[in-house]
Design a protein around this ligand. Structure first.
Ligand code: FPP
Length: 249
C-alpha cells in the first residue's frame, strides 16, 4: 500500500473537474451489468465529495451525462436517470447539512420530468451553501454551450449593450453555463482514455490534465489525494517562462 503523500495546503486547487469514465468496463470485469458499475460510480462520487470537503476544495464539476450519452441503449439511459434521482433523494439532506451547494450545467430541461424536478428542488434548496459547490454536467455539450454564448454575445452586440472591442474573454465567460464558477485548475479523467470528449472546452484552456487507468468506481480518496500531489508538483506557466513564475529560485 502506498503512503498518503503530504499535501501543500496552500496549493490546493480551488476547482477540480472529473470525466468519470469506466463504470461499464468495471462492471464487465466483474461479470455484472453496466448499471451495476454506474451504481458503484455513485459511491465514488460521494467519497470524492467528502475528500474534497476535507481538503478545502471549493468546486467539483462532474461529467455525469453528455448530450452524446442519449445514444446509449434506452435501458441504460433510463437506469442512469433513475440513479441520479435516487442519489439526489438519498443525499440531498446530508449535502445541505454539510454546506454543499448543487449546481447544474447543460440543458436539464431536456431530462425526464422527474429528474428535472428533483434537480430544480435540490439546487433551490442548497443555493445559499458555500462550503463546496458540486456542479453536475447533465445533458451537457461544450460546443453547444459555446454556440449559445456566441448567440447571446451577438444579441448584446446588436442591441448595443456592448461594442465589439468590449467583448472580452471575461465577458464571454460570463455568457457560459459556468458563469461565476472559476475555471478548473485540474481535470481528472479515469479509465485510460486521453481525451476531453466535448467537456468544458473553453474553461479547460489552462487546466492541468491528469489521466489515470483506474476505472471510476475504483477512484477513491487515496487516488484523489495522489492526483492533487501530482498537480502540486507541476509548474503552471500560463505561457510565461519558469523564472517569471518563481523569480526567487
Ligand atoms: C462513464 O462510464 C460514466 C457515465 C457516462 C456516467 C457517470 C455517472 C455516474 C457515476 C452516476 C451519476 C450519479 C451522480 C450522482 C453524479 P462508461 O459507462 O462510459 O464506462 P465504459 O467506458 O467502461 O463503458
Amino acid at each position: 500500500m502506498t503512503a498518503t503523500p503530504q499535501l501543500d495546503l496552500q496549493n490546493i486547487p480551488k476547482h477540480v473537474a472529473f470525466i468519470m469514465d469506466g463504470n461499464g468496463r468495471w462492471a464487465k470485469n466483474k461479470g455484472q451489468q453496466r448499471l451495476f458499475g454506474h451504481a458503484a460510480g455513485v459511491e465514488s462520487v460521494k467519497e470524492i465529495i467528502k475528500t474534497a470537503r476535507e481538503l478545502g476544495i471549493a468546486y467539483l464539476t462532474m461529467y455525469a451525462f453528455s448530450t452524446e450519452n442519449w445514444a446509449r441503449p434506452s435501458d441504460e439511459v433510463e437506469g442512469l436517470m433513475n440513479l441520479l434521482v435516487e442519489a439526489i433523494s438519498n443525499e440531498v439532506d446530508e449535502m445541505h447539512q454539510k454546506g454543499v451547494r448543487l449546481l447544474t450545467i447543460g440543458d436539464i430541461q431536456g431530462l425526464p420530468g422527474n429528474c428535472y424536478q428533483s434537480l430544480l428542488a435540490a439546487t433551490e434548496r442548497t443555493k445559499n451553501n458555500r462550503e463546496l459547490t458540486l456542479v453536475l454536467a447533465l445533458n451537457y455539450s461544450a460546443r453547444q454551450e459555446i454556440i449559445q454564448a456566441t448567440l447571446k454575445a451577438h444579441e448584446l452586440l446588436q442591441s448595443g449593450s456592448i461594442s465589439t472591442p468590449e467583448l472580452t474573454e471575461s465577458q464571454f465567460s460570463s455568457l457560459l453555463n459556468t458563469k461565476d464558477i472559476p475555471d478548473p485548475e485540474l481535470l481528472i479523467r479515469t479509465s485510460g482514455e486521453c481525451r476531453i470528449s466535448n467537456f468544458l472546452l473553453w474553461q479547460l484552456s489552462y487546466t492541468e490534465l491528469l489521466f489515470t487507468d483506474t476505472h471510476w468506481p475504483d477512484f477513491r480518496r487515496n487516488e484523489f489525494i495522489n492526483a492533487i500531489a501530482n498537480y502540486q508538483k507541476r509548474e503552471r506557466r500560463f505561457g510565461m517562462v519558469s523564472e517569471q513564475i518563481q523569480p526567487n529560485e
